[in-house]
Ligand binder design. Structure first.
Ligand code: G1P
Length: 271
């Protein structure tokens, strides 16, 4: 049963500067709503009951957005505008599902995952990266179904241009299960073009086993380097943990770059 999701939100968002110098990128509006709300909706629609946000003290703004009860209450007292009331109810619904943990030094996704260890209850949990929006089809829901069928870990995947592999985690297929699902032989974080085992990239949705925590702990980051979740996944694959790459059906929107961010508003506006 996948009932918990984690979302790393402590990243600095340097690819979105200058917007992120004073603003949390996950709160930037995409077609009138903070990007993170699309990610939360995907989780709730996929049956997730609890979402753990990994933030940093620099990104307290995110917590404030969901903990603004007093602000809303004061306004609602004077102004019974149903729109404001509905917005408040929506924020409350989100707030009740979210727990916050802190990662105050940005040491990579692997390190962010580790911060959630004491809260994870079941054998498997979902992780979503907030830069990656997937629209038109709920990717998390589809991955949970794949997980149920194969009792395996799952990662979202798509083909990328060969000259762009160094932007992604790139994996190598072991076996085709059906048209959308493949077992994985290995995965490498942002390889150069000549070291890439394929042009198949990992996109920011993962169903991970609790055993990933010990693998992360065994990865010692070199001076100033991040701990990548990809490297911990490779250690699990070495230990024969079954990982499946799921070619998702929806449309991918990369909100982590300025061009992608602008385009995501246009695409979501068309829905
Ligand atoms: C992260 C992961 C990478 C993955 C990508 C998907 O990279 O480390 O393996 O392919 O997300 O968006 P980031 O975007 O944080 O650089």
């Amino acid at each position: 049963m996948i009932k918990q999701a984690i979302i790393p939100l402590a990243g600095l968002g340097t690819r979105l500067l200058p917007l992120t110098s004073v603003f949390a990128k996950e709160l930037l509006p995409i077609n009138g709503r903070p990007g993170i709300e699309y990610i939360i909706d995907e989780c709730l629609d996929a049956g997730i009951k609890e979402i753990i946000f990994i933030i940093s003290s620099k990104k307290l703004m995110i917590k404030k957005y969901f903990y603004s009860d007093n602000f809303y209450k004061k306004i609602i007292k004077k102004n019974k505008d149903p729109r404001i009331l509905n917005e408040y109810k929506r924020i409350l619904k989100y707030k009740n599902k979210i727990k916050f943990v802190f990662q105050n030094t940005p040491k990579g996704t692997g390190d962010a995952v580790l911060k959630t260890q004491k809260f994870i209850k079941n054998k498997y949990f979902l992780m979503l990266l907030p830069d990656d929006l997937i629209i038109q089809k709920n990717c998390s829901k589809a991955m949970i179904n794949v997980h149920k069928k194969y009792k395996a870990s799952v990662m979202a995947s798509m083909k990328v241009k060969k000259n762009n592999v160094s932007r992604w985690g790139i994996y190598k297929i072991n076996k085709k299960l059906n048209s959308r699902n493949f077992t994985i032989k290995g995965v490498i974080e942002k390889p150069s073009r000549n070291k890439a085992p394929s042009n198949k990239a990992v996109i920011g949705r993962y169903i991970l086993p609790q055993s990933i925590f010990n693998k992360i702990k065994s990865l010692k980051p070199k001076e100033g380097k991040e701990i990548h979740i990809t490297d911990a996944i490779q250690l699990l694959i070495n230990d024969k943990e079954n990982f499946i790459a799921h070619n998702f059906e929806g449309k991918y929107l990369d909100c982590g770059t300025i061009d992608g961010y602008i385009n995501s508003s246009i695409e979501i506006g068309k829905l």
